[in-house]
Design a protein around this ligand. Structure first.
Ligand code: GDP
Length: 198
C-alpha cells in the first residue's frame, strides 16, 4: 500500500467528536506495551505519529488517524491500551462503556485488529477482549507483535498457542508482525484494504 500522507485528527472522548462522513475505520486494540503505537507508526511509515510508550492507562480516548492512501482514504482508530494494573475501577468502567458504544454503534467500523505479544500466551485480559470483540460480529484480525523477538523456528509453536488460547476459528487471520523489521506489513495492508473496500 502506498501511503500519500497521514495526519492525527482527534483524541475523541465520545461520539460527538467522531469524524463525520463515512470513511472506513479500522480499530486497534491491545494491552498497554504490546506495540500498538509502534505498529501504527510502521504501517504509516511515520517515525513518531502515534507516540510510543504513552503513559499507560492515561489515554481514555479514541485517537483518530486519517490516512490518504493510493487506493483511498481511511481512519485508524487507536483504542486506549488495556490491562494496566494501576487503573481504577471507575476508569476501567468508563473505558468499557466508550469502547462498547463505539463497537455497537459505529457504522463506518470495518475491521478490528487485536494485538497480542507473540512471546507470551495471551493474557486473561486478551482473551476477554477477543471474546468481547468477536461478540459484535465485526471482522477481526489478530496481530502477533514483536516477531523479531522470537526465533523463526519457534514462530509456529507461538502462533498455535495464541490461536488455541484465544479460541480463534480458522477463518480469523493471525498475522506475525514486527515494527523493527517490517515483517507482516504488506500482508496486513492487503487484509486492511480488502476489509475497508479500498
Ligand atoms: P503500546 O503501549 O502498545 O503503544 O506499545 P509501544 O509501541 O510503545 O511499544 C512498547 C515497547 O515495545 C517499546 O519499547 C517498543 O520499542 C517495543 N516494541 C514495539 N514493537 C516492537 C517490535 O516489533 N519489536 C521489538 N523488538 N520491539 C518492539
Amino acid at each position: 500500500m502506498k501511503i500519500k500522507s497521514t495526519e492525527f485528527v482527534i483524541s475523541a472522548v465520545g461520539p460527538s467528536q467522531y469524524p463525520e462522513g463515512d470513511l472506513p475505520e479500522v480499530a486497534l486494540a491491545g494491552r498497554s506495551n504490546v506495540g500498538k503505537s509502534s505498529l501504527i507508526n510502521k504501517m504509516l511509515l511515520r517515525r513518531n505519529l502515534a507516540r510510543t510508550s504513552q503513559q499507560p492507562g492515561k489515554t481514555q480516548t479514541l485517537n483518530y488517524y486519517m490516512i490518504h492512501a493510493e487506493l483511498g482514504e481511511l481512519f485508524f482508530v487507536d483504542f486506549p491500551g488495556y490491562g494496566y494494573a494501576r487503573v481504577s475501577k471507575s476508569e476501567r468502567e468508563a473505558w468499557g462503556k466508550m469502547i462498547e458504544r463505539y463497537l455497537r454503534e459505529r457504522e463506518p467500523l470495518k475491521l478490528v485488529l487485536q494485538l497480542v505479544d507473540v512471546r507470551h500466551p495471551p493474557s486473561a485480559d486478551d482473551v476477554r477482549m477477543y471474546e468481547w470483540l468477536s461478540h459484535y460480529g465485526i471482522p477481526m484480525i489478530v496481530v502477533a507483535t514483536k516477531a523479531d523477538k522470537v526465533s523463526r523456528s519457534q514462530w509456529p509453536k507461538h502462533l498455535k498457542v495464541i490461536r488455541q488460547t484465544l479460541g480463534m476459528p480458522g477463518h480469523v487471520p493471525l498475522v506475525l508482525f514486527s515494527s523493527e523489521t517490517g515483517q507482516g506489513r504488506d500482508e496486513l495492508w492487503s487484509l486492511i484494504a480488502q476489509a475497508a473496500g479500498l
